[in-house]
Design a protein. Structure first.
Lengths: 113, 112
């Protein structure tokens, strides 16, 4: 069964460093998302991406964040200068053009120290 | 901003019995509702969904009920199995929007 894959599974970084989280969405999906879950809190929407541009973003997704689809298969989330409060599980998701349910990857645990 | 609320942080049910997970929402613009299941160290897995034009959707052991006037939905699992032990998230989407708004989750434990 096709699945969304994310790498790495765990990333530890120093405050102020840049990190790139990587995702390979399901191949025939056209909408891509990033969500995050801070420990003990809700899953929160960050950004959606369609047709090579951001289609929607949350207040969390400020200038420190960016997304890119560098080739036909990868979808990345970059955090330019990480802060302690960026520590969270980051989930990538994708869905079909006409679908409604998003399919999630297993997540990347980001720890900022 | 708690547009989607799951007021029970945990629920314990005996194997073979019915599990009922509840979710309330405040945003009348939501037109689509989903339930996800999450195991530790994994991403949310889609379970079942319902459009706001329906009041019930069934898929095997899982049934979702929607009461629009009460802004309430519930997920019924029957019969409950040990593998159903997980955190269950209710999520909702506004018409025309991309993002899903999640509830806090309910941890379901199925006891043998």
């Amino acid at each position: 069964e096709p699945e969304v894959t994310q790498t790495p599974s765990h990333q530890v970084t120093q405050m102020g460093q840049e990190v790139i989280l990587r995702c390979v969405p399901i191949s025939n999906h056209l909408y891509f998302y990033w969500y995050r879950q801070i420990l003990g809190q809700k899953v929160e929407f960050l950004v959606s991406f369609y047709n090579n541009e951001i289609s929607e973003k949350s207040e969390i997704f400020d200038d420190q964040f960016s997304v890119e689809r560098p080739d036909g298969s990868n979808f990345t989330l970059k955090i330019r200068s990480t802060k302690l409060e960026d520590s969270a599980m980051y989930f990538c998701a994708s869905r079909l053009l006409m679908g409604t349910e998003a399919f999630f990857g297993q997540g990347t645990r980001l720890t900022v120290v | 901003d708690q547009q989607v609320k799951q007021n029970s942080p945990s629920l314990s049910v005996q194997e073979g019995r019915i599990s009922i997970l509840n979710c309330d929402y405040t945003n009348s613009m939501f037109d689509y509702f989903l339930w996800y299941k999450k195991y530790p160290a994994e991403g949310p897995t889609f379970l079942i969904s319902i459009s706001s034009i329906k009041d019930k959707n069934e898929d095997g052991r899982f049934t979702v009920f929607l009461n629009k006037s009460a802004k309430h939905l519930s997920l019924h699992i029957v019969p409950s199995q040990p593998g159903d032990s997980a955190v269950y998230f209710c999520a909702a989407r506004e018409e025309g929007a991309q993002k899903l708004v999640f509830g806090q989750g309910t941890r379901l434990t199925i006891n043998p």
